[in-house]
Ligand binder design. Sequence first.
Ligand code: C2E
Ligand code: MG
Ligand code: MG
Length: 554
Amino acid sequence: MDSQHTESFKNFRNVYAALLTADPVNNKDSAEKLWQMINSKKGGYIEFYNGSQKYMYCSPIGVNNWMLLTVTPASVIEDKTNMVLNKTYLLGILLIAIFLLFIWHIMRIHTRNQKELMDIAYVDEVTGGHSFAKFFKEAELLLPETDKKTAIISMDIDGFKYFNDMFGYGEGNDLLRYIWQEVKASLNEGEILAHGVADTFIFLLRFDTREELLWRINDLCLHLNNYITKSGQVYKLSLSMGIYEVDGETDDIVSMADRAYIARQTIKNKGDTAWAFYDGAVRDKLLHEKEIESQMEKALAEGEFIAYYQPKYSTKEQKLIGAEALVRWRRSNGIIVPPYQFVPLFERNGFINKVDRYMFELVCRQQMRWLKQGLIPVPISVNMSRMCLYDPHIVDEYIGVLNGSGLSAAYIKLELTESAFFENISIMNNVIEALHKVGIKVLMDDFGTGYSSMMMLKNVAIDVLKLDKSFVDDIGDDRSEKIISNIIYLAHSLQIEVTAEGVETAAQFEFLKSVGCDYIQGYYFGKPQLAEDFAALLQKEFYDGSDAGADKKG
Ligand code: C2E
Ligand code: MG
Ligand code: MG
């Protein structure tokens, strides 16, 4: 088939001659090679010149030893291959671009997630400022700068919970933002601030002298003294600040913050804005607590925690009707440590759960022993810290202990402090219900010390209300007496009995009797005493009951 192209290699009769005619020098070898290919009946190709470079393909067609010769200019082949190559390159580039786009997308998602995580960890939701985590990170960078002294200040608002309850969470958050803004505005370069959980703040200040530091703190306090709510009410703000002056004793920022926090705890809720330094006294207290913590487990295992029993009397007949078991720590050297020296610490570190459970078991066993000795015991109430309520197994454990001891539930009661009630009413009700099911009665301890005592009466099914000593102390004051008599009236109308705590004088006793208080616990009738002494009292009460009440006083 002939091509129409002017340069086409055609119009010849002998292909060898035509090759040699076209270009005798360059085509000589090609003509030879073609000769051999045709003779050998094998296919192949040659390169030759006819004005321009060309290829001749030679392929046997399988009929009569005929060969098909095809001529194609090199330029056509190049065009074709270039086109294929170009397409391949393009495809490659496209694939690489898609791949890069994909990687870029993944990276973008990753960075976005990373940023979101960072935001969660480092940005405080309420104020939009630093979180504590971010504060610690930044403080670490600032600490090595020693041109000035550094203080870490832990701050919170006294009674923030009440503020929230009074004005609502929205207003509570506004207050937090207000404080954040004011403190932030007072900061100099190289100083930082963060808001943590609830109403806690932490900030880092730089100063030259303590006077200067205190001047700034006082100035800030003054500034934050009054807060005007949305409704225009002026709320008097009272803040607590704990100050840790960086002194090289530790270089760990978290320990520094802990120390500032500890300093703050020493003045918590003292009314009015106040600050305290982490100093020698605080350090000693901390060391003392560390020492107690290192000994508590061993003390519990070795039976150093013992129960003192404080009798309770009926007001009408002045009969012994029960007792409260109060923990004491009898150290190996014989010294008796009162609960205020260790119960608050154990409540903080969680050890109180073990002590309370131990006391419960101890009292159950003691009651069984008295029963076996032929004594007629009275119900004894055991204190249960509010920490226990957060242990979901606690009720089952207590019931297990009671059943294991063989004691009737009528001989044991539980006292829960009032503050435990408003912390979580639903947990509390579950606990009370479970205890009632097995016949254990529940007393609300320290009634009247919380801020919503009346609400508690409405919401929880307690059996006895223990009127706090602070009410009893006020007997003699007309208004206080009215409050007491009405609390008793209210309790009775809800089928709740009332025990007055901390009754010390005849006048207090007479008043409580006159307003129908059911039971009395206090030094007037009896102090907390050792088990032996209490057993003697039981014996006296029931075997020598004729002069009941005669020498109970004192
Ligand atoms: P509470 O449960 O309200 O116990 C009453 C406290 O008032 C007892 O102090 C008792 O000795 C004291 N008291 C009783 N009558 C009078 C009185 O007429 N005048 C005065 N001034 N005080 C009186 P105690 O034994 O020092 O216990 C203090 C607190 O320690 C208890 O208050 C209770 O909250 C806690 N506590 C005691 N034992 C335990 C326990 O086993 N577990 C737990 N979680 N807390 C306990
Ligand atoms: Mg109690
Ligand atoms: Mg009490």
